[in-house]
Design a protein around this ligand. Structure first.
Ligand code: MN3
Length: 244
């Protein structure tokens, strides 16, 4: 408990962090699933150490087991008495966020958004960085001016998010790419778009290792991107099967 309390003090967005930690207290240290559905925390697809030294294992553990678990728990609790929403798929909730009951909308925005963003995020990391090849490389060349230009524009965009949020690459059904950023846990899925990849620029994603140096984190993050996974997402987007 002492560790939890001292870490809580490290993070900004106190209200959100307090909620997340209050929920996480009731979970096992290595929560793999909230168990009480309907939404579930996916396992990390690799060991927490897999992104060392660029992203430390402690950050991975707390980010997945506390923060992401907290969004899932809050989401489940929000839909507990709303079976219509509880039966929807996550991407449907987000796509139809404007139709959600007004008293639930902010909670769903934050927690369904947080669940989707982090689910995407884990899957595209655990790699060895480098450069993409194949269709993704071609699309980056065509739509984003090539890899180097894309990487610096993405980092600039991530650095420009005021407070907490995300930087994304969106992809449409034809495979066209664009850069986007969103505050908090918003996602382009809320605007009917698809997300190819994205990076979390909340302080909780980098504060333990990088303190307030977001630009250093943004730079280092490219070393852990799994381009094969990004390529899979690209193909799924074109096939109409990419959900989150
Ligand atoms: Mn996060």
């Amino acid at each position: 408990m002492a560790v939890i309390m001292s870490r809580r003090a490290l993070f900004g967005a106190a209200a959100t962090a307090a909620t997340v930690f209050a929920t996480a207290r009731h979970m096992p240290a290595l929560a793999q699933s909230t168990g009480d559905g309907p939404f579930n925390l996916p396992k990390l697809p690799y060991a927490a150490e897999a992104n060392e030294p660029h992203i430390d294992a402690a950050t991975m553990n707390i980010h997945h087991d506390r923060h992401h678990a907290g969004y899932v728990a809050n989401l489940n609790s929000a839909v507990k008495d709303h079976s219509r929403i509880a039966n929807m798929k996550l991407h449907e909730v987000l796509r139809r966020i404007g139709e959600m009951p007004e008293e639930l909308r902010r909670t769903l925005r934050n927690n369904a958004g947080g669940h989707a963003n982090h689910t995407m995020f884990w899957t595209i990391m655990g790699g060895k960085g480098g450069q993409p090849s194949g269709d993704v490389a071609q699309a980056i060349g065509r739509d984003l001016g090539g890899f180097d230009k894309f990487k610096s524009a993405f980092n600039r965009r991530g650095g420009g998010v005021f407070g907490s949020g995300w930087v994304f690459v969106t992809v449409d059904g034809e495979g066209k790419l664009a850069l986007a950023s969103r505050p908090n846990q918003d996602t382009p899925l809320m605007d009917g778009q698809m997300v190819l990849m994205g990076n979390d620029v909340w302080e909780h994603a980098y504060y333990l290792k990088y303190r307030n140096r977001r630009a250093e984190y943004l730079d280092a993050w490219w070393n852990v991107v799994d381009w094969a996974k990004v390529e899979e997402r690209y193909k799924a987007a074109r096939a109409g099967t990419l959900e989150i």
